[in-house]
Design a protein around this ligand. Structure first.
Ligand code: MLT
Length: 404
């Protein structure tokens, strides 16, 4: 037998696994030095009480012959799809039909799996820095070419740096698939409706597909920033959208997200919706009933209120990090519409060097920008998903250390 040797091309370990290994090694060697983790964007607040109540009730349903559920419908129960269509779309003036929504175990899986329905011949464009899943899954699929001079030869990189205010420029050569994530991971920067319209127009004019990751939309505070790409006219013929309950409702450990594939989105007359439906029905057996009930509760009146409070808690952490580092002389970005703060490393320090300094000297963990791509070198990401106490303590440690 032969393996898929594309796997031999990528680093043997995923970015956040590498960081976890480094941090675990440090903790083993220094058990008396407590670490503050603001690296991976993992939530720390418990689930909203409305979700917990719904899950308890769902467990009871599973204990009773009359309400017991076996395999869930592969794309999601009608009631959760309806709640999503009404709250995430119709409430924003966007008409998405339930049959265009596919519930899943999370946006990360869908962002990776979507490649199954797309030819390996497509030319892929990504922002740089970028969420590593978009790149790694295309390497695994054989779309990347070879790794030369710090980048993949067949991937089109769109640098996002302070010089362009972290907004990619439209490609200057023909690309087929464009990954966009806004509000952005890792930079924490957002895109306005006017700017996003340029991408939708580009994609429609060039027959390109936009894969729009909207996992962080709950953190948007500004009116001219779209929560969904379908708020932009023309997006239904060129875009697939990924959504997550992880950052919105703290479901990183529960696992639930969804993908929208509009019926209007076609390639040579074939609806991508039909291909994704076929893919999911074959390779995915649906989201557990208990999880779907928890997700449904996100859209209840009390669920919405409780979740708004949790998001506000993280938004406040983002402000604490942003303002604290700014006061200390750092150049900082993001935070306004995002749980991520992106900072320029001081004195042109390399981003891994900065990582090691924070870990070894003050026991604060963040994510080195270079881990997200070559243009991330010289930058560093901190997340607002920690507890308020840990966030404030981390900022104090950074301030004290760099004030020296
Ligand atoms: C991150 O830290 O970039 C995210 O938590 C990763 C993810 O959502 O999978």
């Amino acid at each position: 037998m032969k393996i898929n040797d594309n796997f031999l091309k990528i680093q043997s370990s995923y970015l956040f696994s590498n960081i976890a290994k480094k941090v675990n090694a440090y903790t083993a060697a220094n058990p008396d030095k407590p670490i503050i983790r603001l690296g991976i964007g993992d939530v720390t607040r418990p689930l909203a009480p409305a979700c917990i109540t719904a899950m308890h009730k769902a467990v009871d349903d599973m204990a009773d012959e009359k309400t017991f559920m076996g395999y869930p419908p592969e794309y999601g129960h009608k009631w959760i799809l309806k709640a999503i269509a009404e709250n995430d779309y119709r409430a924003r003036g966007v008409d998405i039909d339930e049959s265009e929504i596919f519930l899943s175990d999370g946006a990360k899986s869908d962002c990776g799996n979507i490649g199954d329905i797309l030819s390996v011949d497509n030319k892929v464009a990504v922002c740089d820095p970028v969420y590593p899943v978009y790149v790694d899954t295309n390497v695994m699929a054989g779309r990347s070419g070879d790794f030369v001079n710090g980048g993949w030869s067949n991937i089109y990189y769109m640098p996002c740096t302070a010089e362009n205010n972290f907004l990619p420029s439209l490609p200057t050569e023909k690309v087929d698939i464009i990954y966009l994530c806004f509000p952005n991971n890792p930079t924490g920067m957002a895109i306005t409706k006017t700017e996003l319209k340029k991408w939708v127009d580009y994609a429609n004019e060039n027959g390109s597909l936009i894969l729009f990751d909207s996992a962080y939309e709950a953190f948007i505070t500004e009116d001219d920033v779209p929560h969904s790409i379908y708020e932009i006219e023309g997006a239904k013929t060129c875009a697939i959208e990924f959504r997550s309950f992880s950052k919105t409702a703290g479901f990183t450990g529960v696992r639930c997200g969804y993908t929208v594939v509009p019926h209007d989105l076609k390639a040579d007359g074939t609806e991508l919706n039909a291909l994704w439906a076929r893919r999911q029905a074959t390779k995915f057996n649906g989201v557990s009933y208990i999880t779907q009930r928890a997700a449904e509760a996100v859209y209840s009146e009390e669920g919405k209120k409780q979740i708004r409070e949790i998001i506000a808690y993280y938004q406040n952490n983002a402000k604490v990090i942003y303002n604290g580092l700014k006061d200390c002389g750092f150049t900082v970005y993001g935070a306004k519409n995002s749980p991520y703060v992106w900072l320029k490393t001081p004195d042109n320090m390399g981003s891994w060097e900065f990582f090691d300094t924070l870990l070894n000297e003050i026991q604060v963990v963040g994510t080195p920008g270079e881990g997200f791509g070559p243009s991330g070198e010289g930058y560093f990401r901190l997340t607002a998903f920690g507890s308020a106490e840990n966030t404030a303590a981390a900022v104090e440690r950074i301030k004290n250390y760099f004030a020296k």
